[in-house]
Design a binder for this molecule. Structure first.
Ligand code: IPM
Ligand code: MN
Length: 355
């Protein structure tokens, strides 16, 4: 009997629902080959629901979503809602409530995809960023005093405890070992200025590496230097591990080197629980409903979901289909310039994946 996966489908805002439909199309197309079935359950969380009901998320949302095998997300962010409300109230809230403490973001350039990096190709641009996903400036620790006065003070603190750092490093070391490419894990920090938080990270990084992962080479880069080398010598990197804020920033840089937001995917992973997969590009509201947005990132998020669920062969098949379509069919990764519509790109990948 076919194995059934129950997936929560959160289309969200803007072009989110459009790209998610294409991801679902590809999963459904490839499933029979691997004797798997998908049951998708839609949730309408996002800006429209918020404006209609005044509620960002129902109080039991995380409990409900926690019952699924996985969560497949389109995008969160609505032009008519003040920035921060939906992002914090939905995306970050789910990451925190479901304790998805890893944000896994591969930076991989596929053949035929254009990169802004001169003289660099798929050989050089192939690494993974592991972004810690529950701590740092994202905890919301801080506040205002004397707000609205000339002496106003605003504080927002980077917060980490040893447990959070250790569990993220453990995942990163294990991932590097399993990936078995260059067996190199780089810590991206700022030990010259953030002398508490990244001191903790660096000590934990070295202690764990020395004790448990003698075969993994350890590198360290300050975050500013990391940005420089990601552009100049991306081939140096195998796996990068970093805190939440730096991880957010460097993965946008990484994304543009692999062809942009149309292709970059990420996984919010709770290795012991329920994970959530998303294209990292956001809701791109100006393209909503035009059938021009690139669904590849969403399809790649589906591929990551299969990998995380242990469906390695299916994930591989989807990746091969993506590679075929981006390298032999699509003219560009940018919205409106693909040479195909959103639905056509979905059809092409689905067809290649099912073959
Ligand atoms: C991301 C996004 C989010 C983040 C925003 C939308 C809250 O930029 O997933 O990278 O900062 O984590
Ligand atoms: Mn981001």
């Amino acid at each position: 009997m076919a194995k059934t996966y129950n997936i929560a489908a959160l289309g969200g805002d803007g072009t989110g629902p459009e790209v998610l439909v294409e991801g679902i199309k590809v999963l459904n197309a490839v499933a029979p080959k691997f004797d798997v079935k998908f049951e998708f359950t839609d949730f309408d969380f996002g800006g429209e629901r918020y404006m209609r009901t005044g509620e960002v998320l129902p109080p039991n949302a995380a409990d409900e979503l926690g019952k699924f095998d996985s969560i497949y997300l389109g995008a969160i962010g609505h032009p008519d809602v003040k920035p921060g409300i939906l992002e914090k109230g939905i995306l970050l809230k789910l990451r925190f409530d479901l304790d998805q403490y890893i944000n896994l973001r591969p930076v991989k350039l596929y053949p035929g995809v254009e990169t802004p990096l001169k003289d660099k190709g798929p050989e050089q641009i192939d690494y993974v960023v592991i972004r810690e996903n529950t701590g740092d400036l994202y905890t919301g620790t801080g506040g205002f005093t004397l707000k609205g006065t000339p002496n106003e003070i605003a504080i927002q603190s980077a917060v980490y405890n040893r447990f959070q750092v250790d569990r993220c490093l453990k995942y990163a070391y294990e991932y590097t070992k399993k990936r078995n490419k260059r067996n190199t894990l780089a810590l991206c920090g700022k030990t010259n200025v953030l002398t508490y938080v990244y001191d903790l990270w660096e000590r934990a990084f070295n202690e764990m590496g020395e004790k448990e992962y003698a075969d993994i080479r350890r590198d360290y880069y300050h975050v500013d230097a990391t940005c420089m080398w990601m552009v100049k010598n991306p081939e140096w990197f195998d796996v990068i591990v970093t805190g939440n804020m730096f991880g957010d920033i460097i993965t946008d840089l990484g994304a543009i080197t692999q062809g942009g937001m149309g292709i970059a995917a990420g996984g919010n992973i709770n290795p012991e629980g329920v994970s959530m997969f998303e294209p990292i590009g956001g809701s791109a509201p100006k393209y909503t409903g035009l059938n021009v947005i690139n669904p590849i990132a969403s399809i790649a998020a589906g591929q990551m979901m299969m990998e995380t669920l242990g469906e390695y062969e299916m994930a591989k098949k989807i990746e091969e289909a993506i590679m075929t379509v981006v390298s032999t069919k699509m003219k560009s990764m940018s919205a409106g310039k693909m040479g195909y519509s959103t639905t056509e790109v979905g059809d092409l990948v689905a067809e290649a994946a099912a073959s």
